[in-house]
Design a binder for this molecule. Structure first.
Ligand code: ATP
Ligand code: MG
Length: 571
């Protein structure tokens, strides 16, 4: 490709609405352009990177025994009614009617479509196991699309679905995919971590998320300093510090203006860990839909609302309105677990806690000396607290939990028969009996990965793409205006093309400064500089994006470039 013909509109200034570095750089360097909220054009450079990421994903999926197919983006509502998700999925599912009044949706995921296909085509155990995957655009009407490709409404996903005759076979494929994902993210040059994950609304049993470690990540993940245990905080369990409270009688204490945990603790001159924090929620989805519930954790802990939702069998919990809070007999800022007119959930670590301070459900009052076993009836204990840095690991009992932020780029699930049963994915087993196939599903956010790579691979000058996904591996940069330099550049460019190097030739009539800056911004791993001075000395400069410089004669420069690229691949 000649740079003079390349459509890569760069921006000098950082776009004001781009908050994270990947969004800024992908816009500035001309990889993407916004069409509308959460929807982007991939310009030629962006598409090159996207295709490179896809290539690695495909190579590894094929190597692992997957077969690629392509399913449609438009999906009929009947499939979703059959699986039960037409009602459950919520507003992320974009539903519409065609001219005949027939209801459809844009696919946010493809369990329904693949199960429908398999329900028609699967006959015998002899066809199993099978792993089918696609790389395709998904649509999710995200409530808050943001950070460019990180959380789009239309985005590219690799989604795979495996079918099995029994659970042992599913477990083996889950392990196969777990290892395949490690290979994919290693090849992309990423620092990442696989963590145990909550299954969310998709259902099933085992599940792992793969997170690219980055401060801009939306997820909080935790891992043990000693053993392998790592989990999303939505799911993580750990042992909190042990707290000693002294048992005393229940007494009302005046807290006229103090509503926040810290303020009550300061007034009463105690640590926040002596307080019991009571939060009131409205339940969405499941058998407790619409209920109001109270949930309590220690004042020094955070309540993990996904854990509460799971304990309730709900889709989610949201903080209750003032009216709902009044309806259960309490008041904002002074809520406590006693005598509430609603179910009360208490974090399991507080099962035997004594000497706590809690809201008295009366304005301006708290109680001290709360003894959970003595003073409360009919409460439900569940794991509700969020793991904190410094908690003891429950798996090894030695290490301490550490926290980091992550970008979720992959998610694997053992689904079991959650979808295959309602969707009638049946087969004849070895004994001639009809059986339900058991299923796994495995997603990778291909377009999100592109942004995640930039979050880890950039410097002040621009993007530093790993060689195997860079839009071009090398750039031949012509310096000056001489005929000789131009002709020599063209020869180097042609030789590199011949050798199979993905190369761009910067043949523009721009200053060296502009050419170098653009190559750095775009993140091309290797620059080969062809100017009169280098040609006169027969010593052309080759410079990596990471600052290493080498020289080669005109005759050797092509081979030298290939060696340097190969070294960068390995390094
Ligand atoms: P998140 O918690 O980030 O919303 P999810 O749990 O909804 O993700 P999955 O349903 O597991 O995501 O989808 C598989 C993969 O698709 C995710 O691991 C992620 O990498 C990617 N993905 C999901 N939603 C988006 C989005 N809105 N934009 C870009 N990629 C996405
Ligand atoms: Mg989501």
């Amino acid at each position: 490709m000649r740079y003079s013909k390349l459509f890569s509109p760069t921006l000098r200034d950082t776009p004001a609405d781009a908050e994270v570095v990947s969004h800024q750089l992908l816009l500035r360097a001309g990889f993407i352009r916004r069409v509308t909220s959460g929807i982007y054009d991939y310009l030629p450079l962006g598409l090159r990177v996207l295709r490179n990421v896809e290539r690695i994903v495909r190579e590894e999926m094929n190597r692992a025994g997957g077969q690629e197919l392509l399913m449609p983006m438009v999906q009929p509502s009947e499939f979703w009614q059959k699986s039960g998700r037409w009602e459950k999925y919520g507003p992320e599912l974009l539903r519409f009617k065609d001219r005949h009044g027939h209801e459809s949706c844009l696919g946010p995921t493809h369990e329904e479509v693949i199960c429908d296909l398999m329900s028609r085509e699967l006959r015998s155990y002899k066809q199993l196991p099978m792993n089918l995957y696609q790389v395709q655009n998904k649509f999710r009407d995200e409530i808050r699309p943001r950070f460019g490709l990180m959380r789009g409404r239309e985005f590219v996903m690799k989604d795979a679905y495996s079918f099995h005759a029994n659970d042992e076979c599913l477990a083996a494929e889950y392990q196969n995919m777990f290892e395949t994902y490690h290979r994919i993210f290693h090849r992309l040059g990423l620092k990442f971590r696989a963590v145990e994950a909550d299954n969310g609304s998709i259902g099933g049993s085992a599940s792992h998320e793969f997170h690219v470690l980055a401060d801009s990540g939306e997820d909080l993940i935790t891992h043990c300093s000693h053993c392998e245990y790592a989990a999303n905080v939505e799911k993580a369990v750990s042992k909190p510090q042990t707290y000693q409270g002294s048992d005393s009688s229940l007494t009302e204490v005046d807290t006229p203006y103090q509503t926040a945990v810290e303020d009550v603790a300061a007034l009463l001159k105690v640590a926040t860990s002596s307080l019991l924090k009571t939060l009131i929620f409205h339940v969405d989805g499941g058998e407790n839909d619409g209920q109001v519930v109270a949930a309590c954790v220690r004042g020094s802990d955070q309540l993990q609302d996904i854990k509460l939702a799971r304990a309730l069998g709900a889709t989610e919990v949201v903080l209750a309105s003032a009216e709902e809070i009044a309806s259960i007999g309490t008041i904002t800022g002074f809520s406590g677990p006693m005598d509430l007119n609603c179910p009360v959930y208490i974090d399991a670590s507080l099962h035997d806690a004594v000497g706590l301070i809690a809201g008295a459900n009366k304005k301006g009052l708290h109680v001290s000396g709360l003894n959970i076993q003595r003073d409360l009836n009919n409460v439900i204990f569940a794991d509700l607290r969020q793991t904190q840095a410094g908690d003891t690991c429950v798996k090894c009992n030695i290490g301490l939990m550490e926290m980091s932020r992550g970008i979720e780029v992959g998610h694997i699930f053992e689904l079991g028969t959650t979808y295959s049963k309602p969707m009638d994915v049946l087969f004849q087993d070895e004994h001639g009996k009809r059986a339900v196939a058991t299923m796994g599903c495995y997603g990778i956010g291909v377009s999100r990965l592109m942004a995640a790579v930039v979050e880890q691979c950039h410097d002040d000058a621009g993007i530093t793409w790993p060689v195997n996904i860079a839009p071009f591996q090398a750039s031949v940069i012509t310096l000056g205006k001489s005929e000789t330099a131009f002709a020599a550049s063209e020869k180097v460019y042609q030789d590199l093309l011949q050798a199979g190097v993905d190369v761009v030739w910067d043949d523009r009539k721009e200053s060296p400064g502009v050419k170098f800056k653009d190559a750095e911004l775009i993140g091309i791993p290797l620059r080969i500089i062809v100017g009169d001075r280098g040609l006169d000395n027969d010593a052309l400069e080759l410079k990596t994006r990471w600052g290493a410089v080498e020289e080669a004669s005109l005759a050797d420069v092509c081979q030298k470039a290939q060696h340097m690229l190969a070294d960068m691949q390995q390094g």
